[in-house]
Design a binder for this molecule. Structure first.
Ligand code: CO
Length: 222
């Protein structure tokens, strides 16, 4: 697994040759612009990559990654990525992808002082609090850990739907659609959590609808 620093540049040369073998104009096309249909928000974990696990090529997915795939309204980085993806790139799908065995989730489940990480882990600890009765009822620690990974994905999806740019764009062309996934690295499989957003949103619409109810009316019709 270990690679020296210099090896990276050798790898790059090999990759450039391979791509040019497949298509002599590959890099000209790549440089001409991007038109991705997907925004992927995933964990920074080195094993939870975007393109590889989705089988996509450069240019096909706009990516944001941070510890435990958190979308916090005060995080200018994540919100700028989402705003740009929705307003400018007009992505059709926004994917929040967590992964089982996530170190950030494990740390958040551990009541300890993690220094600078504390405010970040607070986002996940708040997810635990929102779902405390369900999580506390799970006696198997591994299952509880896995479930918090899933619930964190769900809450981050809801955080995206709370954003005005997402609601406004959805009203105009019924995109983007927000999806919650988990990457199971023990099998390599992507699991669609099939979160029932309409059901969830019906409970919270009066709080988060930023479009004078028009947005929720359009969702309710479905
Ligand atoms: Co992780």
């Amino acid at each position: 697994m270990s690679k020296s620093y210099e090896e990276i540049f050798k790898n790059n040369e090999i990759w450039v040759k391979e791509m040019l073998n497949q298509d002599a104009n590959y890099f000209e096309k790549l440089a001409s612009g991007q038109n991705p249909e997907y925004l992927y928000i995933g964990c920074s974990d080195s094993r939870a990559t975007a393109e590889e696990i989705m089988g996509l090529q450069p240019g096909e997915v706009f990516v944001h990654r941070n510890i435990s795939n958190v979308v916090n309204t005060l995080d200018m980085n994540a919100t700028a990525v989402i705003q740009y993806a929705v307003d400018n790139l007009k992505v059709k799908h926004i994917i929040v992808c967590g992964h089982y065995g996530c170190g950030g989730i494990k740390a958040a489940m551990t009541p300890e002082d993690f220094g600078l990480l504390n405010p970040w882990l607070r986002n996940i600890r708040d997810v635990y609090r929102l779902h405390q009765s369900e999580l506390d009822s799970i006696t198997d620690e591994q299952k509880k850990y896995d479930r918090l990974v899933e619930l964190n994905v769900q809450e981050q999806c809801i955080n995206i739907i709370k954003m005005a740019c997402v609601q406004e764009r959805y009203l105009i062309d019924e995109y983007p659609i927000v999806h919650g996934w988990v990457f199971d690295m023990k099998t390599g499989k992507l699991i669609d959590l099939k979160i029932d957003f309409v059901k969830i949103l019906k409970n919270i619409q009066k709080i988060y609808d930023l479009t004078n109810s028009n947005w929720m009316k359009s969702i309710k019709k479905k």
